[in-house]
Design a protein. Structure first.
Lengths: 236, 465
């Protein structure tokens, strides 16, 4: 279980996340919604250990281990993965190179590259992008597909998707929703941050949580998501 | 990963003088020393004359007012000539342990280590060396140290020596001409294509790593050769000034590639003049990597004098701590249809400084020339600095000129992005640097590419504060 207890996070000395508690089980999918500026991305970045987001108090536990202060790479090792909202461009460091550097697949680089290609094809993602620097000159949609591809290959237990759906066309959205559902079926816990019902309705989720002004204000099911879609956050 | 070597660069390179040096040689330069040097080498009179004239010029010439800061360079406090055996008295055990560990980390063989460290002046692979030499001489190729070449081939020597880089070119060319010792002499006969790269360290010679190397390469019509100077492993030097001159004559239709990886210890001023004259339809490529030294000033040049001549420089610079790499290239288009390209990539960190300095010149009346410059700098932290000094002097209308320059900083966000994929911050840094340099590194011979990549990760380890 990924367990967050009363987490408070500052960004540029301002309190953004003001005491969030939530639990995510393996094989569970939680949708996190909320108006702009409610602290969703701050929460995701702080969970991963972004240096610009200071955890002021509270606790992050992963399968019983306290990882609140752990280095990001340590969190990855423990099984946490973040798919970024605005992933960074790194010239000259391709996904193929990254996978080799991580040495996750021992010497079997050939078959990894082969299956990377298969997944790329499924998402209508050009092969040549696997050899180009990460996100370097990628379109918005390509960046999101690359994040998804990395989630598939690198996430071990829990994945945070921070607005994976922005910039995607309809077909890509469907393909990505399918992959998120597959990850859930493979017993990964998924926290999906999104604004859009068009993604939510494709997902096989268990819970919807609504964040507002740094706090979780409501938890519900599909009906809650539909209400927000139809009547906005003011209706709840 | 374990950190075998501390990154405190200065500590790593803690500089020690072998006391033997002071017994065997005298600091400073005068006429007497030049006479003595020439006599010891049993040189012809004309060479002594050239040396003495060059010394005159050296004394008159001022230090360049542009480029890196050379104000701490004290000409009186330098050894200008060490007898070969003096360079061999240092023992392996006398080397700082960090340097020994670096060699181990790079996986350099014992014999080679001793050579690099200056413990042995010979790279002990005589068998290999001899078979290479036999193969070359069957093709009529001459590959010797420059001193021996002067004795054995005085006519070729006289025809080319100092013709491209005359002593009066600059203060350091004058100094080199006055006191040169060692370096390589390469002569490739017409139509001969040398398959294997010629590596300076296969050439057994006591003065191989000399301070004032003089290299002369002549590639006759339609011949081709790849010459490799230096190596990416750090070279421990006790001399604080290295000032080499390289002259290359690329005759019609010939192809020459010259690869340098300079990694002197950080006490060294590395002030080098490198120039090639490129005839019709011939091509010259300089691959110039500068990793070490305290100050480097080096701008490999191509004088494109024949129609359709082509010149290329791939320049790579890395500066850490108080290092300053002032490097670049010069392309002079002096004939029709000549083309050139300069690609420069530099990385600075921990207060290092990199400068790209270049000249692209198209002479009036040299029609349809094309010249292109791409220079990219990567700055790793706030303490470091990078500048670009491009000069474009285009005196002909019918020309195609392109210039692209980028400066990028490694951001915390970028590092965190790679960390969020499972890399430590140090490995993220070295991967970013590696990715940035890749376009040049992939042009290097494989073993050099591997060594440079290892060296970069070594430099990045333990460096994140």
């Amino acid at each position: 279980m990924l367990k967050i207890t009363n987490l408070k996070v500052n960004y540029q000395k301002q309190a953004i996340v003001k005491g969030v508690s939530l639990a995510l089980d393996r094989g569970e999918m939680v949708i996190l919604m909320g108006p702009n500026g409610s602290g969703k991305s701050t929460l995701a970045n702080a969970l991963m250990g972004h240096p610009h987001y200071a955890v002021k108090s509270g606790r992050i536990e992963l399968d019983g281990q306290d990882i609140t202060q752990a280095e990001p790479e340590e969190k990855v090792k423990q099984g946490l993965f973040l798919a970024w909202q605005n992933p960074m461009a790194v010239a000259g460091v391709s996904l193929t190179k990254l996978v080799r550097e991580l040495n996750l697949f021992k010497n079997d680089v050939v078959s990894v590259v082969k299956s990377l290609r298969q997944y790329a094809k499924k998402m209508n993602f050009s092969d040549s992008l696997l050899l180009r620097g990460l996100n370097d000159g990628f379109s918005g949609g390509e960046r999101k597909k690359l994040e998804m591809l990395q989630a598939i290959f690198l996430a071990k237990k829990y994945v945070l998707f921070d607005e994976i759906d922005t910039g995607l066309d309809v077909d890509a959205l469907k393909a990505i929703a399918k992959e998120i559902n597959l990850l859930k079926r493979k017993n990964l816990g998924c926290l999906v941050i999104t604004h859009y019902h068009r993604l939510i309705k494709l997902l096989d989720f268990d819970k919807v949580m609504v964040m507002r002004q740094g706090k979780i204000v409501k938890t519900g099911g599909r009906a809650l998501a539909e209400k927000i879609e139809n009547h906005g956050y003011t209706s709840i | 990963m374990a950190t075998p070597v501390s990154d405190t660069h200065t500590q790593q390179w803690q500089f020690r003088f072998g006391s033997q040096y002071t017994l065997n040689a005298k600091k400073g330069l005068d006429y007497q020393l030049i006479h003595k040097l020439s006599l010891q080498k049993k040189e012809p009179d004309w060479m002594l004359k050239i040396r003495l004239q060059a010394y005159e010029i050296f004394k008159q010439k001022k230090l360049p007012r542009w480029g890196a800061n050379l104000s701490e360079l004290d000409f009186k406090n330098i050894f200008y000539y060490l007898k070969p055996h003096a360079a061999q008295v240092r023992r392996w055990e006398d080397l700082p342990s960090d340097i020994r560990q670096t060699y181990d980390y790079l996986g350099i063989k014992d014999a080679e280590k001793n050579f690099l460290a200056g413990v042995s002046a010979q790279y002990e692979s005589e068998v290999l060396y001899k078979s290479i030499q036999k193969n070359l001489s069957e093709q009529g190729v001459i590959f010797l140290d420059t001193d021996t070449a002067l004795k054995k081939y005085p006519d070729i020597f006289k025809q080319y020596f100092g013709k491209l880089v005359p002593a009066a070119d600059n203060k350091f060319a004058a100094l080199n001409t006055a006191v040169w010792s060692g370096g390589s002499f390469v002569y490739i006969p017409e139509g001969v294509k040398v398959d294997l790269p010629l590596q300076a360290y296969f050439r057994i010679n006591a003065e191989n790593m000399g301070q004032f190397e003089r290299t002369l390469i002549i590639a006759e019509k339609n011949s081709s050769v790849h010459y490799i100077e230096g190596c990416s492993a750090p070279i421990y030097s006790t001399a604080s000034l290295h000032s080499a001159v390289v002259e290359i004559f690329v005759q019609e239709g010939a192809q020459v590639r010259y690869t340098t990886i300079q990694n002197w210890s950080p006490n060294v001023y590395n002030l080098v003049t490198k120039r090639a004259q490129v005839q019709a339809r011939a091509s010259m490529q300089w691959i110039d990597g500068n990793l070490g030294s305290k100050v480097t000033m080096k701008y490999p040049s191509c004088h494109l004098v024949g129609q359709g001549a082509r010149g290329e420089v791939l320049s790579l610079a890395y500066a850490a701590n108080s290092q300053h790499q002032d490097a670049g290239a010069k392309m002079l288009h002096l004939a029709d249809n000549t083309t050139s390209r300069i690609i420069s990539k530099s990385v600075c960190k921990q207060g290092g400084r990199t400068s790209y300095r270049g000249l692209n010149y198209i002479k009036k009346g040299a029609k349809n020339c094309q010249t292109k410059v791409i220079c990219d700098a990567l700055i790793m932290d706030e303490k470091s600095r990078s500048d670009t000094y491009p000069t474009m002097k285009i005196d002909e209308q019918r020309a195609k000129v392109e210039h692209e320059a980028t400066v990028s900083k490694v951001s915390e966000e970028q590092l965190f992005y790679l960390q969020s994929r499972g890399l430590t911050q140090e490995r993220a840094q070295s991967l970013i640097v590696n990715g940035f340099l890749e376009p040049i590194i992939k042009e290097l011979p494989l073993e050099y590419a591997v060594e440079i990549n290892r060296l970069i990760s070594l430099q990045m380890e333990g460096s994140v504060g």
